[in-house]
Structure formats: structure tokens, C-alpha cells
Design a protein around this ligand. Structure first.
Ligand code: SAM
Length: 263
């Protein structure tokens, strides 16, 4: 039996959060979100070997199964998530494992296409860890293959007054307390569907809110060529931008999605 954390306790990291207060809600989710369905349908091939990072209860992999994909792999660093996905996979068509995105056991160029959606990179607290995860993603992808990433989006969030107010509060708190934490690093605001009161005193763990340009430059540094970038707002209309400058001239909503290739 895994230890259960309540919202009154302080989780030490995202692995603990997803293994406890966030476990049930992610295990129960079903169905693809419209922006995911758009990207998966338009950029991935149903007969190719596909892996999803941070697969949780397998929501995206089962969604792909319904679209006719069969060669499906997934990993998650929370054993309880992988167990739940296996239980749901009655026909045993998924190849699942417990692994951390920052250090994968897969061989080089194991997959034709890779999925890093639901902002998995933003959930990794350290800059080195995020870079390692992107480098690992590049390593396991075959040349020519597509990679779909999404990030928590600093510019989208900055357009919403309540978040702007909280950002200003965090900035002031960090200044007063002499904490040099960057303003794109935020504590988790919600845990288990409830407001996380520890966020008010800037208590970790933290997630990274990426600027569009930062997402592009970090992916490029890992070796990817970025073909398209969009927020949920653009994806709803099936429109994608070719640069962060182009995207930032438009209204933004939700996560930032990047369609990349390994050349
Ligand atoms: C937001 S949930 C998304 C779950 C699933 N992809 C979905 O869309 O329903 C993020 C998942 O990523 C996993 N995760 C976070 N960081 C990870 C890491 N470094 N390595 C592997 N899995 C990770 C979490 O355990 C969690 O299951």
C-alpha cells in the first residue's frame, strides 16, 4: 500500500504529489482534449512505434488506441499510475514501465514518434532535470521522427488578472524574504483539486512556467527542430505559428504546444 498524502502535509516533489493527492483524479480521466486530438491526428502516424512520457493512467494512450494506433509504449515515474494503466489495459496492447523522464532505459532511437504532453517538462523542478529530460527525449527518437511537447505557459497565464496579482505578490514576498527564485518558478497552486495554502508562503515543490521563446530555445538546445508553436487558442482553430514572435502577437490560452522533429 502506497503512503497517502493529505493536503495538510507538505509533499516533497511531483513524484510524491502524483503518487498521492493527484493519483486518483489522473487515473480516472478518460478521453483526449481537443488540442491533443488535433496534434495526435495531424502529426503522428497510427502504424508507427509511439511512446508517451508521464502516461499516468494511460488516458492519452487509450485515446490513441481508439484512433487505431497499436504500437504504443508509455512510462511514468509513479508505480501506482503504471499499475492503474495496466489494470485498464484489458487487452494488453500497451507496453508500460516505471521510469523517470530524466533517465530512460530505452535504447537510442527506439521510437518513431514521441509524446511529451500535459506539460511534463514543466513538472520537473530543476533546470538540469528539465534539460536532461529533453535530451533523453531526443536520444530515444528516430531521426526524422516527430515529437509533441507542451509547457505551462508564462505568457498565457500573465494575461489573467488574478494570476498577475499572485505573480506580483510572489515577487514582493521573495524580495522581502531575500529569496532569489525566478518569477517563472511557482509553487503548485492546487493539490488534489483544492487550493494549496502553502503556495501563499511560496512553499515548494515548484513548477516551471515557460516563456514561448524559452521553450523553443531549450528544445533547440536538446537538438530538436521546432516546426510549429501554438496555444490551445490557436489549436482550436487548427492554426499553428512558425515562431514565438508570431504566436505572441495573438491571443493566448492554456499551455504552449510545440511540434518538433529530429533531423
Ligand atoms: C499531468 S499528469 C498527465 C498524465 C497523463 N499523461 C494524462 O494526460 O492523463 C503528469 C504525469 O506525468 C508523470 N511525471 C511527472 N514527472 C515525471 C518524470 N520526471 N518522469 C516520468 N513521469 C513523470 C506524473 O506521475 C503524472 O502521471
Amino acid at each position: 500500500m502506497e503512503p497517502q498524502l493529505t493536503t495538510s502535509e507538505s509533499p516533497r516533489g511531483s513524484r510524491e504529489i502524483y503518487g498521492s493527492v493527484e493519483l486518483e483524479s489522473w487515473v480516472e480521466r478518460i478521453g483526449l482534449e481537443p488540442s491533443e486530438a488535433y496534434l495526435l491526428r495531424n502529426f503522428l502516424k497510427s502504424d508507427a512505434h509511439t511512446v508517451e512520457a508521464g502516461t499516468g493512467g494511460g488516458r492519452i494512450l487509450f485515446g490513441l488506441g481508439e484512433l487505431g494506433f497499436r504500437k504504443l509504449h508509455g512510462f511514468d515515474f509513479v508505480p501506482g499510475m503504471v499499475r492503474a494503466a495496466r489494470t485498464r489495459d484489458r487487452h494488453r496492447f500497451l507496453k508500460l514501465s516505471v521510469q523517470d523522464a530524466t533517465q530512460l532505459a530505452y535504447g537510442d532511437e527506439s521510437f518513431d514518434q514521441i509524446i511529451y504532453l500535459q506539460q511534463i517538462i514543466s513538472l520537473i523542478e530543476s533546470p538540469e532535470g528539465r534539460r536532461r529530460a529533453m535530451t533523453e527525449a531526443f536520444r530515444i527518437l528516430k531521426p526524422g521522427g516527430p515529437a509533441l511537447f507542451s509547457f505551462l505557459a508564462h505568457e498565457s497565464r500573465s494575461q489573467i488578472p488574478i494570476y498577475r496579482a499572485f505573480r506580483n505578490y510572489l515577487r514582493l514576498l521573495r524580495f522581502v524574504c531575500g529569496v532569489r527564485r525566478d518569477i517563472q518558478t511557482w509553487p503548485w497552486l492546487k493539490l488534489g483539486g483544492r487550493f494549496n495554502r502553502r503556495a501563499l508562503w511560496d512553499s515548494g515543490p515548484y513548477v516551471r512556467w515557460f516563456r514561448a521563446e524559452e521553450a523553443i530555445s531549450e528544445l533547440s538546445a536538446a537538438g530538436f527542430r521546432i516546426r510549429f508553436i501554438a496555444s490551445a487558442h490557436q489549436l482550436e482553430d487548427g492554426r499553428l505559428c512558425s515562431s514565438s514572435d508570431e504566436l505572441l502577437k495573438e491571443p493566448l490560452r492554456g499551455a504552449i504546444y510545440c511540434v518538433c522533429y529530429k533531423e
